[in-house]
Design a protein around this ligand. Structure first.
Ligand SMILES: [Fe+2]
Length: 210
């Protein structure tokens, strides 16, 4: 999965640093608990921002563009739905008038979606560990008060933190993860260059599904 992510996002900086760090975090959490972090969650994390790639940006709304691309090349609903709805995408979709298009993807399992959201919010744009509350503050600061992105994050703020907290509780992480002591311990579990724990196998890469 990381190969697909790197092939499309590897030249996009710092988007790649964010995506690769989030993917590595998903792999480490999965290594810690394969039962609580299913493979499709780690796969979705590795590609959740692939819709930022310019040649895939048909609508300019990256969760939808990414999910449509992944569906087109054959990924199943359990992955594409997580990409489509990640990090409360429904708020920005509504503000952009794209909610009906987003709803073309089934709403994912809530526990899985919480995990993707938690990892996204734990990873800074440069790929560094960050607390969810600080990440949300950073997004609004970066995009400015008048942007659609900021408006959707402000609207979804409490729900995003609640999703992140639910996922942390399920995984037995502290609320300060990934900046607390458990963050450092998990970060040290696996080298960054270790082989991916979630290989991209079993899914077609060329056949269009729809
Ligand atoms: Fe992200």
């Amino acid at each position: 999965m990381r190969l697909l992510a790197r092939a499309y996002v590897g030249d996009l900086h710092p988007r790649w640093e964010h995506l690769a760090a989030a993917g590595r975090t998903a792999d480490r959490l999965r290594a810690r608990s394969t039962a609580l972090v299913p493979p499709h969650v780690a796969q979705a994390v590795w590609v959740h921002d692939i819709g930022y790639v310019e040649r895939l940006a048909a609508t300019g709304f990256h969760p939808l563009d990414g999910a449509r691309f992944l569906r087109r090349i054959g990924f199943p609903d359990e992955v594409t739905a997580l990409v489509a709805w990640h990090t409360h995408a429904q708020h920005e979709a509504r503000l952009r008038g794209l909610l009906a298009e987003l709803a073309d993807f089934p709403y994912p399992d809530q526990d899985a979606l919480d995990l993707v959201t938690m990892i996204d919010l734990a990873t800074s744009p440069q790929g560094l560990p960050v607390r969810d509350v600080d990440r949300l503050r950073e997004i609004v600061g970066r995009h400015g008060d008048a942007s659609v992105v900021s408006a959707s994050v402000i609207e979804a703020h409490d729900d995003l933190l609640a999703a992140s907290a639910r996922a942390k509780r399920r995984l037995g992480l502290s609320l300060s993860w990934p900046t607390g002591s458990d963050g450092a311990a998990i970060a040290g579990q696996q080298g960054d260059d270790a082989p991916g724990l979630v290989p991209c196998i079993g899914y077609p890469t060329t056949a269009a599904r729809r």
